[in-house]
Structure formats: structure tokens, C-alpha cells
Design a protein around this ligand. Structure first.
Ligand code: FAD
Ligand code: NAP
Length: 341
């Protein structure tokens, strides 16, 4: 295991922000993870797991041992006529794994195609898109506990999964490294195409004839047509979560703004469109200090030539202040911010 000191991180985050990690190493085996953990104990440096850096904002240097999670492998744990259970190592690329699962005839994850990042980061914010969340297919999450150095397994029901949320953003934040996840996938496709963009894409097609691979292809095409590719335009996806409010609060807002999109949630609460509110406040497409709100997607903030996470956070703060004053809604930043003073 080679530990790099003062490692520049610009190539390790999709916003291409400049910052340094006090220490940095890649993890490709369980033994390396143990050795890195012991080293961090000796040096009294906290551990910070990193996947592909697609959901982080580096606002300054990071005083930690950053572990670039590169554990690889997929193993079949169980199989019957209807389902398979798979163990997937944390460093696998999420989209490549989804593609592979469909090639094997295992269905369920097709709506989550093209989400950047690693398998190990997926439970952290319970990745979701086009009406599906990973939590629906997760059985277990395997972790290394950072206070003890001991491996532990959490059952899915212990992970407190919610809308872009989990125990890994709350009680277990900074306390574990996810090493692998167990998923249950279906052998028989039952495509989920009720999300508006998919309804539109498949308009006129007989639902029974739509295959899981068709949904995967549709999601890839829709995403490529709407979202900026981080390799070309540095970004971290949606910068703000959609606010979830009570039905009465949503009603009151819709009285004032009848066009505001409101989505009823299964638990009775209401999700509001953050993108709509940001666009209403006039931020879509605006650029300042080398950072910008994407011209086609108001939720996506892009690095347009700045290398400073501070400029990005200042922009986010100005947007949130406008939304708060216009709608009395506190927008929450979705990516994890590091190095902010
Ligand atoms: P990183 O950014 O490296 O890390 C994110 C957080 O997870 C950090 O706090 C990190 O410490 C922690 N972490 C990472 N790996 C581990 C581990 N092994 N153990 C413990 N903690 C860990 N998200 C969605 O939910 N839906 C979308 O549709 C979506 N679309 C996106 C589109 C674009 C263009 C971009 C840039 C991002 C999008 N995202 C989306 C956000 C992002 O892809 C996901 O959050 C993804 O899971 C992050 O993976 P990562 O490996 O890059 O994590
Ligand atoms: P979209 O389809 O234009 O929809 C805009 C927003 O409205 C989304 O945030 C979505 O919430 C919500 N929405 C639309 N129809 C809905 C419905 N029937 N029920 C509940 N909510 C509905 O969104 P988009 O920006 O192009 O993204 C498409 C999908 O990819 C979304 O699921 C989005 O979450 C996901 N995505 C996520 C990120 C990220 O970084 N987190 C980045 C890009 C795309 P939801 O977000 O809850 O779906």
C-alpha cells in the first residue's frame, strides 16, 4: 500500500475542483483496507472514503486519509427460477454493473442506468431516478466500522433509506466504509415505465412488449439528451434536493404559484420541484465567478472555469437565499461538502 501525501484531487471529482487530501491511497483488497485503517489510527487522521467523486464539493483541502475505493468483483450468492442474489464490491462502476446485470438477464436496475459513481456510494444517498431507488433491491450493506476496524453487515431495514437519504448520511456518517452490497434482482422483467419521461418515450408502444433492456436504452438516451456530461462540463448532478413538505404547505404554495409542480409522496407528504423554483427566481443559465447554473437544467450547477469550491457554494447560497425569500423554502444541498471552513 502506497500512501501519497498532499494529493491533488482535481482529477478525482467530477466538478474538477482543486483541493488536496492530506493523505491518499487506492484500496483494491480487504488487506489493503485493514492496513490503511491501521495507518490512519497511528497517524490520528480520519478516513474519508471516495468513489468517483460525482457527489462531492471540495471547498478546501481535506485533512484526512482519502481511500479511493477500487474493490472489484460480483458474486452470485443465490439463485432460483425467479430471483438472484448478488454480492457486488464497492469499487465497481455503477452503470457498468447495471449494464452487466441486464446482459445476464437480471432485471430491476434499468431505470438507474447512467448514474455516475461507484456501487459503494450508491446506498449513501439511496440513488434514485425515473421512479426507482436502489433501496428497493438492496438486501444488505457490508461495512468496515471505523472506530473499531471490525467488519459488520447491516440489513436493508437497518439503513433508514429515504428520499436521497440513508443512515450513511446520518448516524453512520463518517463512521463506516462500505465494502460491498447484496442485491436481489428479478429473472423476469417487469419494466417500470410510469415516470413521465418514460411514458412519453414509450408512447404508443404496448406495455407488455417493453423489455428491461429497452428501458435501460431509453433512460440512457433521455439522460444523454438532458444532462451535461461531467467529462465535458464539470458538474455533480443535482445540486439541491427537491424539498419535501406537508400537503398543507404545498397547497398554500400552489395557491400563490399554480404552476409549481407538486408530487404526492407515498407517505402523504409532497415533493416540490426545486428546479422550478430556481428557474422562477431567474437563476437558470446565470454565470458568476467561473461557476454557473446550467442553461438547460436549473438544478445542475457547473464549474465553468473556476477551480474554487467556495465560488460554487457562494452561488448555491445566493440561489437558496432567493428561493427562501420567494417561497419560504430552505433548499438543501445534495452533494457532500468537504473542506469548507
Ligand atoms: P463520491 O462522490 O465519491 O462520494 C459521495 C459520498 O459518498 C461521499 O460522502 C463519500 O465519502 C461517500 N462514499 C463513497 N464511497 C463510499 C464507500 N465505499 N463507503 C462509504 N462512503 C462512501 N444521484 C442520484 O441519486 N440519481 C441520479 O440520477 C444522479 N444523477 C447524476 C448525474 C450526474 C451527471 C452526476 C454528476 C451525479 C448524479 N448523481 C445522481 C449523484 C451521484 O452520481 C451519486 O450520488 C453517486 O452514488 C455518487 O457515487 P460516487 O462513487 O461518485 O461517490
Ligand atoms: P425530470 O424528469 O425533468 O423531473 C424533474 C423533477 O421532478 C425530478 O427531480 C423528479 O423528482 C420530479 N418528478 C417528475 N415527475 C415525477 C413523478 N411522476 N413523481 C415524482 N417526482 C417526479 O428530471 P430530470 O432532472 O431530467 O431527472 C430525471 C431523473 O434522474 C430524476 O429521477 C432525477 O432525480 C434523476 N437525476 C438525479 C440527479 C442527482 O444528482 N440526484 C441528477 C440528474 C438526474 P425525482 O428527483 O424524485 O425523480
Amino acid at each position: 500500500m502506497h500512501i501519497h501525501r498532499n494529493e491533488p484531487l482535481a482529477l478525482f471529482n467530477t466538478l474538477r475542483l482543486n483541493a488536496k487530501a492530506a493523505a491518499f491511497t487506492a484500496i483494491t483488497s480487504a488487506q489493503q483496507l485493514q492496513a490503511a485503517w491501521r495507518w490512519s489510527q497511528e497517524q490520528a487522521l480520519p478516513i474519508l472514503p471516495l468513489g468517483e467523486g460525482s457527489n462531492i464539493v471540495l471547498a478546501g483541502d481535506v485533512e484526512a486519509l482519502m481511500l479511493k475505493m477500487e474493490l472489484q468483483g460480483v458474486h452470485l450468492l443465490k439463485s432460483n427460477d425467479h430471483q438472484v442474489e448478488l454480492r457486488v464490491q464497492a469499487g465497481e462502476n455503477w452503470h457498468a454493473f447495471v449494464d452487466w446485470s441486464l446482459q445476464q438477464g437480471y432485471c430491476g436496475l434499468e431505470n438507474l442506468a447512467l448514474i455516475p459513481g461507484t456501487v459503494g456510494a450508491a446506498p449513501v444517498q439511496n440513488i434514485g431516478a425515473y421512479g426507482v431507488e436502489i433501496a428497493e433491491y438492496l438486501r444488505r450493506v457490508h461495512v468496515l466500522e471505523l472506530h473499531s476496524g471490525v467488519a459488520r453487515t447491516l440489513q436493508a431495514h437497518e439503513c433508514a433509506f429515504g428520499y436521497r437519504d440513508s443512515i450513511f448520511k446520518a448516524e453512520l456518517r463518517d463512521r463506516v466504509v462500505i465494502t460491498a452490497i447484496d442485491l436481489v434482482l428479478n429473472r423476469h422483467a417487469c419494466p417500470r415505465v410510469e415516470y413521465p419521461a418514460l411514458v412519453e418515450y414509450f408512447a404508443g408502444q404496448e406495455a407488455g412488449r417493453i423489455r428491461a433492456r429497452d428501458v435501460f436504452d431509453a433512460v440512457v438516451r433521455i439522460r444523454q439528451s438532458k444532462l451535461p456530461d461531467p467529462a465535458v462540463t464539470p458538474n455533480a448532478g443535482s445540486f439541491f434536493k427537491n424539498p419535501v413538505v406537508s400537503p398543507s404547505a404545498a397547497d398554500a404554495l400552489q395557491q400563490q404559484h399554480p404552476a409549481l409542480p407538486v408530487y404526492a409522496q407515498p407517505d402523504g407528504s409532497c415533493k416540490l420541484s426545486a428546479a422550478w423554483m430556481i428557474e422562477f427566481c431567474g437563476w437558470k443559465g446565470r454565470q458568476t465567478d467561473g461557476v454557473a447554473v446550467h442553461k438547460d437544467h436549473a438544478l445542475v450547477l457547473v464549474n465553468a472555469g473556476s477551480d474554487s469550491g467556495k465560488a460554487l457554494l457562494d452561488l448555491a447560497q445566493a440561489i437558496a437565499a432567493d428561493v427562501a425569500s420567494q417561497f419560504d423554502i430552505a433548499l438543501q444541498i445534495e452533494p457532500r461538502v468537504y473542506g469548507a471552513r
